[in-house]
Design a protein around this ligand. Structure first.
Ligand code: KG4
Ligand code: ZN
Length: 358
């Protein structure tokens, strides 16, 4: 089955053609990073306008690079949510019109489920149950996946997403946007044990994440130690390198520590780590060491497939279309769409030892 994927939930306009959910025939991404850089974050109104200009050309490029023609496409998969409403609507409207015009099935896909499927291309087929950590600029969630397509949320962030914390700390240090890759680079020359950040404690005992306290602790450290933000072009001094390494260590330790602890309780056969932050080498190394101590494999997407793309949306859409799921022309954006199945019977959850229902 040939699926055309379309993604426009945030600041990437992307289209891809994927065969059978496993083989990428083309994947085209137009990033708006340069446009949003001066603002230190995504400006929703600018994002929507840019998507509107790019969506047509990007879909055409994806089709022509794929080696197949539009009339060979079997279905259209589009990100339905979560994301920015104006941005999502561009992709959803385009996908509806295209599927209607071609007379082929349409499926609205959850962006986070797309990230789960981003490991489908360069790894062996996922063995279930799986435990998936999805870490990006907008989301930080740990999902238990007893079987393909069933998601039980185990952990979520109470405040900032992990990628957002990277971006905000980078902004405080005058490092530029997006912050993740810059902090990772600086952290390589810093000492992760130099600044001891305490881990967030969630008072109700749920295994959730929280990064806003860490962000405040970094701000306090900057103030108390009179750390000067890096001016464009100036080499950061050792204090900043150590701060970057210590902050990164605290984030990675919180993410992987929770994943490992929950894996011990839930006993998955596979770990998945995906989303923009999965580009981070320190996170990968920590997840690999956790997986090897648990004696199970961990799958990551390639760098290109870690950040937002449409191939992962096509792969997730492929799985739904195969099951017979369809969206109709009433499909619309769902800004706060959650990935969580209410349909798992409690007895099954108990059997699977999933203790936390959010
Ligand atoms: O998945 P993504 O492209 O967009 C969202 O769905 O949010 O993720 C972007 C996020 C940004 O916050 C960026 O700083 C972070 O991923 N990121 C990283 C790295 N590369 C990207 N964070 C840490 N280390 C990296 N190497
Ligand atoms: Zn994403």
């Amino acid at each position: 089955m040939l699926v055309l994927g379309i993604e426009s939930s945030c600041d990437e306009t992307a289209a891809a053609v994927v065969r059978d959910g496993r083989v990428i025939l083309s994947s085209v991404i137009s990033s708006q990073i340069e446009m949003h850089k001066p603002f230190g974050g995504v400006v929703p109104e600018l994002a929507s306008r840019e998507h509107l200009e790019k969506i047509g050309p990007i879909v055409h490029q994806a089709i022509s690079a794929s080696g197949v023609t539009l009339d060979q496409i079997d279905g259209v998969a589009v990100t339905r949510g979560p994301g920015l409403v104006g941005a999502l609507l561009v992709g959803v409207s385009y996908a509806k019109a295209l599927a209607f015009g071609l007379g082929i099935p349409l499926i609205g896909v959850n962006h986070i489920e797309g990230h789960v499927y981003s490991v489908a291309f360069e790894n062996p087929e996922v063995e279930y149950p799986a435990l998936a950590l999805i870490v990006s600029g907008g989301h930080t969630n740990l999902f238990y996946i007893p079987e393909e397509g069933i998601y039980q949320i185990v952990s979520r962030t109470r405040d900032d997403a992990a990628g957002e914390a990277f971006d905000k700390v980078a902004k405080m240090l005058g490092l530029g946007y997006p912050g993740g890759p810059i902090i990772e680079k600086l952290a390589r020359d810093g000492d992760p044990a130099k600044v001891k950040f305490t881990r967030a404690k969630i008072s109700d005992g749920r295994p959730d994440f929280s990064f806003s306290g860490l962000k405040t602790a970094v701000a306090r450290f900057i103030r108390e130690n009179d750390v000067k933000p890096v001016n464009a072009g100036a080499a950061p001094d050792q204090v900043i390198l150590d701060l970057a390494a210590s902050f990164q260590y605290a984030v990675v330790d919180a993410l992987v520590g929770t994943m490992k602890k929950q894996a011990k309780i839930l006993g998955p056969k596979t770990l998945i780590v995906a989303g923009g932050v999965a580009c981070n080498g320190a996170l990968k190394a920590a997840a690999e060491s956790a997986a090897s101590s648990l004696n199970i494999p961990v799958y990551f997407p390639s760098k290109e497939l870690s950040t937002d793309n449409a191939a992962m949306i096509a792969a997730a859409g492929n799985a739904h279309l195969k099951k017979g799921d369809r969206s109709d022309l009433r499909l619309t954006a769902d800004v706060t769409m959650r990935l969580q199945n209410a349909g798992i019977p409690d007895s099954e959850l108990r059997r699977q030892k999933v203790r936390y229902r959010l």
